[in-house]
Design a protein around this ligand. Structure first.
Ligand SMILES: Nc1ncnc2c1ncn2[C@@H]1O[C@H](COP(=O)(O)OP(=O)(O)OP(=O)(O)O)[C@@H](O)[C@H]1O
Ligand SMILES: Nc1nc2c(ncn2[C@@H]2O[C@H](COP(=O)(O)O)[C@@H](O)[C@H]2O)c(=O)[nH]1
Length: 186
């Protein structure tokens, strides 16, 4: 039987562990990663075309975006081509988005989009994780004072009836929740 294409949309606050959980899905379930585009500078250990397509304003504008946003003064966008490429590799794909992007995918893809909202129980943990990741003090300050940071702390009303909330205070606990969801939904 041919399985319907699905897209796991991982969303939530900065530092909540979205990328870590995306990598778990890719490494343990061979879910196909959708690589998105950004104008922000790479972090240490991030590679062009693997973690993001790193762009400038001019090259960013040339993409064929399904959606794009501004997040803490940088641009981010996900293309139709990126999704199609991932679905050619596996009927189950995964993308990491802010909550605005997650709402757009929910509206455009309907039941094909599985929304996973990653939550931690204390915002202080988010800041500490950004420090541990090696983000500069300036970047952390800019991010924590942004409108997008506040907005992404909670499941948006548009996603309340569809999002699966995954607690990531403890990674092993989060992975166990992910295991159960993947086996049920993908
Ligand atoms: N459950 C956990 N316990 C401790 N550290 C964690 C946990 N989950 C993720 N981390 C660490 O926290 C840091 C932030 O995680 P990650 O980069 O996955 O977050 P993110 O939600 O993708 O952030 P952003 O939106 O800012 O890119 C990383 O250093 C990661 O290794
Ligand atoms: N709506 C979109 N959001 C995206 C996209 N790519 C990444 N993101 C989200 O942006 C913030 C900041 O990311 P960071 O890597 O600089 O920490 C985070 O919430 C990402 O999930 C995209 O194409 N569209």
């Amino acid at each position: 039987m041919i399985k319907e294409n699905k897209l796991i949309v991982i969303t939530g606050a900065t530092g909540s562990g979205k990328t870590t959980i995306r990598d778990y899905l890719v490494n343990h379930y061979h879910v196909a990663k959708v690589v998105t585009h950004t104008t922000r500078a790479p972090r240490k250990n991030e590679q062009d075309k693997v973690d993001y397509y790193f762009e400038n304003d001019e090259t960013f504008a040339k993409n064929h975006f399904l959606e794009h946003v501004q997040y803490a003064k940088a641009k981010y966008g996900s293309s139709y081509e990126g999704l199609e490429k991932a679905w050619r590799n596996n009927h189950c794909a995964v993308i990491v988005l802010d909550t605005q992007g997650a709402i757009t995918y929910h509206e455009k893809l309907g039941n094909q989009a599985l929304i996973f909202f990653i939550e931690v129980n204390d915002p202080v943990i988010l800041k500490n994780r950004m420090i541990e990741r090696g983000d500069s003090e300036d970047k952390i300050k800019q991010r924590l004072s942004s409108h997008e940071y506040e907005r992404d702390l909670k499941v948006p009303k548009e996603l309340q009836s569809s999002a699966y909330v995954i607690e990531n205070n403890d990674l092993k606990h989060a992975e166990a929740t992910i295991d159960a969801l993947v086996n049920k939904l993908c």
